[in-house]
Design a protein. Structure first.
Length: 160
């Protein structure tokens, strides 16, 4: 395993989560890829894995969940994982993270930290009023994402 970091992110409607992913990637000097572009076997060659998405119906995007379902069980060389998300109702972030965190842990992955912030939400009738969190994530949120990334353990120290 190398000291390589990868962020897997799915951002659909307003690119909220992608903006957060890129802010983290600036600090971590890593690439951001969509789950469809990352073979699950490639996680064996990284030491720190970020997984992010908007929260849809209380969960990470289906493509992230499908990708994660195909991850091989963790071995000694499995990467440490951090999760991040944006959502219209950020007070409920833990509910959105819980299913994915649990699935990763059942496979033996170690989720070391989690980040969330508000994101623009125009789902359903919300678009009629301009949505929730119209200007989020804002520069303050992105700076918090950068700070989160700076405080992550180095890939070497994040390993079991």
């Amino acid at each position: 395993m190398t000291d390589r970091t990868l962020i897997v992110c799915k951002s659909i409607h307003h690119q909220n989560t992608l903006r957060v992913a890129h802010a983290m990637a600036e600090v971590l000097a890593c690439e951001v890829s969509e789950p469809e572009a990352v073979p699950v076997e490639s996680v064996r060659s990284i030491s720190l894995l970020g997984i992010g998405s908007g929260i849809y119906y209380g969960r990470f995007h289906q493509s992230i969940r499908d990708w994660m379902d195909h991850l091989p069980p963790a071995k000694d060389s499995a990467p440490a994982v951090f999760l991040f998300s944006t959502e219209g109702l950020p007070a409920l972030w833990q509910m959105g993270h819980r299913p994915l965190r649990g699935a990763l842990q059942r496979k033996g992955y170690r989720v070391i930290q989690e980040f969330h912030c508000a994101g623009r939400d125009t789902y359903g009738p919300l678009w009629l009023i301009g949505g929730l969190n119209r200007k989020r994530p804002d520069e303050h949120d992105l700076e918090l994402a950068r700070q989160f990334a700076r405080n992550l353990p180095s890939p070497r120290s994040a390993v079991r």
